[in-house]
Design a protein around this ligand. Structure first.
Ligand code: PRX
Length: 620
């Protein structure tokens, strides 16, 4: 969990990022896209601006922060950072309130603009909330929290699915100076308790029950179980998501529900859960800080059927759709008909985040979903970076986009690749450990209660640089492609290869919907390759034929050593609700360490583990 101040600091960069994308479609004049650029000497186009943002980063960030945010007290020093010491200080002396920046500023100019569209689990029952209403809800909640003793510096735990009240709870905390600790609503009681204890929260906000994919989830009961081992918790606010009453205890405080209205406007839809950073930055703070309309997605991509996203795009007239490759691969499996069924003409940009997007999924997203006319932006970033760091910029006049590549650094970001000796690699057409050479305002500043860990993990591996933990390839043209976590590298007979690289090839086989590759201990090769493969539902093939095709492709596109030793055909893969494949589970199954599967509470559907174990057993 990052300090709330870090989140606040990130808003400067977020707002610029979202604004750039939205405005950038309409015009290419730098000053129009980014009015603050007009004052920069020698800056006449985006390429100049990119150079300026990195070479004169203090001037750049100072201008962005002054232009795009309202300050209660202006800052006197743009930054005082030293990556080698782990010292990250931005906008010293300055004071702002992120909730004022997300709400009040827009209520002054466009109070009735839709701020949030809540795409509820029940199909076609969306709820819309204007900036005025969201401000009212936030103020009411802020006052309630204050009245019940929450004060500046406290940390409130929010355990709720994506819904307007969850957004208002986050903003209400920010408004009164409390930190928020948003815990993903799929976490178990134990995982929740650990996070409450870490935050030392006296207050928890939750709902009676959640609903997802038509199923009821007992969130209040989970909170009840969690707080048994959290002595700091004094009160639990309970809102009603469903009509089913729940048992209330002396600590519980019932919350009222609100009236909503509808207005037209641009609609940004990031379908991530707000419990993950993508939901924080691109469902809540980014869109609201820019006065945009944000869609909160509570459901799943295949409920009630695999057309859910596209039906929602048609109905809500969504302009930007931002999702995860895993969902794209899942939908690709069901074929094109679910996409064709709905009008997607409002879509302008398609975004991808969270893991490498393989070529086939990228092309399907672009050709089928975006009808070949919507740029696909593969955006690379992390919880620690606060917002997008490497991404294509389709509005640029020379904006080439190569499928599956995150492409170019965002403003103010200076990526570097490090070789195995810890030296900066200057040439192109090369791979290395991805670091960022200078600080930027949205980055994490520390780890709550563990500043030493922050320094050790991110600042010490390559002194003077921020270490991301990812590997990347830089092409001849200087474009970046993320190759995966550095610890997802397999060493087969001395050949080091990223699991993502092998998966990309496997996924190009016509019958393969998605795959996950892991290494296992091999007596001769050191490590062998074990591939889990999910076949497309729309294609009828023999597994033996697919195996042959996979081996042909792997030897042709990489080398013979990249052919999997084992291929396990599976119905689906174990994934978190944020869509990341849980490789830890796959590794443990293959290594026969079933006792040590660990915490499975973040799995979207825990039953998948038994299927994987059975499949592994059958294969051997
Ligand atoms: O390995 C990278 C991968 O996701 C990691 C960050 O995960 P998290 O902190 O949960 O944040 C997810 C949302 C930003 C990164 O270190 N990752 C993220 N985006 C991409 C990616 N890998 C490849 N391509 C991406 N576009």
């Amino acid at each position: 969990m990052w300090l709330s101040g870090g989140r606040m600091a990130s808003v400067g960069r977020q707002s610029f990022g979202s604004c750039f994308r939205v405005l950038g479609r309409r015009g290419c004049n730098t000053a129009a896209v980014m009015p603050e650029a007009a004052g920069f000497e020698g800056v006449s186009d985006r390429s100049d601006l990119q150079d300026f943002s990195v070479c004169s980063s203090d001037s750049f960030w100072a201008a962005v922060a002054r232009q795009r945010l309202s300050w209660i007290r202006p800052f006197h020093t743009v930054q005082d950072c030293d990556l080698s010491q782990g010292r990250i200080r931005w906008f010293e002396g300055g004071k702002l309130n992120v909730s004022v920046n997300c709400l009040d500023r827009h209520v002054h100019t466009c109070p009735e603009r839709v701020a949030v569209i809540w795409e509820r689990d029940e199909p076609k029952s969306e709820v819309k909330l204007s900036y005025r209403q969201l401000l009212e809800m936030t103020c009411r909640l802020g006052n309630l929290l204050r009245r019940r003793g929450v004060k500046k510096g406290d940390c409130v735990t929010i355990y709720m699915p994506p819904c307007p009240l969850a957004v208002a709870s986050m903003l209400a905390c920010a408004r009164i100076g409390a930190a928020h600790n948003v815990v993903f609503a799929g976490f178990s009681a134990d995982a929740l308790a650990e996070r409450i204890r870490d935050a030392q929260s006296s207050t928890v906000i939750t709902v009676n029950q959640g609903v997802r994919g038509g199923k009821v989830i007992e969130l209040k009961k989970t909170v009840d179980a969690a707080i048994q081992s959290c002595p700091t918790v004094q009160q639990v606010f309970v809102a009603m998501r469903t009509e089913n009453p729940v048992v209330m205890t002396a600590k519980d405080v019932a919350m009222e529900e609100y009236v909503f209205s509808y207005h037209d406007g641009d609609v940004f839809s990031c379908v991530a859960d707000i419990g993950w950073i993508t939901g924080h930055s691109y469902s809540v703070y980014g869109p609201l800080a820019n006065g945009g309309t944000t869609v909160l997605f509570e459901s799943t991509p295949i409920y009630p059927d695999p057309g859910r996203y596209w039906e929602m795009v048609q109905r809500l007239k969504i302009n930007q759709f931002y999702g995860a490759p895993t969902a794209i691969r899942l939908l690709l499996k069901y074929g094109d008909k679910w996409v064709h069924k709905y009008d997607r003409s409002t879509l302008k940009t398609l975004g991808s985040v969270g893991e490498p997007i393989n070529t086939e999924a990228w092309e399907w997203y672009h050709r089928v979903v975006g009808q070949g006319r919507c740029p696909v932006v593969d955006t690379w970033w992390q919880t620690e970076t606060g917002g997008i760091c490497i991404a294509p910029r389709p509005a640029d006049p020379d904006a080439e986009i190569v499928p599956g590549m995150a492409m170019r650094p965002f403003f103010g970001i200076k990526p570097v690749l490090m070789d195995t000796e810890g030296k900066v690699v200057t040439s192109n057409d090369t791979s290395g450990a991805l670091c960022i050479a200078q600080p930027w305002p949205g980055m994490a500043r520390t780890i709550h209660n563990d500043p030493q860990r922050f320094t050790e993990t991110y600042c010490q591996p390559y002194p003077g640089y921020f270490f991301t933990g990812d590997g990347a390839y830089r092409s001849k043209e200087g474009y970046y492609q993320i190759t995966g976590r550095l610890d997802d590298v397999i060493n087969v007979s001395g050949h080091r290869i990223g699991t993502a690289e092998i998966e990309d090839v496997l996924n190009q086989c016509s019958a393969v919907a998605e795959s996950a590759v892991i290494g296992f201990s091999h007596s001769i090769k050191g490590q062998g390759i074990y591939a889990f493969v999910v076949l497309k539902k729309s294609i009828d093939v023999q597994e033996a034929d697919v195996t042959r095709q996979i081996n042909d492709m792997a030897s042709k596109k990489i080398a013979k050593y990249a052919c999997p030793d084992y291929i396990q055909f599976a119905q689906r893969l174990p994934k978190t609700r944020s869509g990341k494949i849980m490789r830890r589970v796959l590794r443990k199954v293959v290594d026969s360490e079933l006792e040590g599967l660990g915490d499975l509470s973040t799995l979207d559907d825990p039953e998948v583990v038994q299927e994987i174990i059975q499949g592994h057993h059958d294969l051997l």
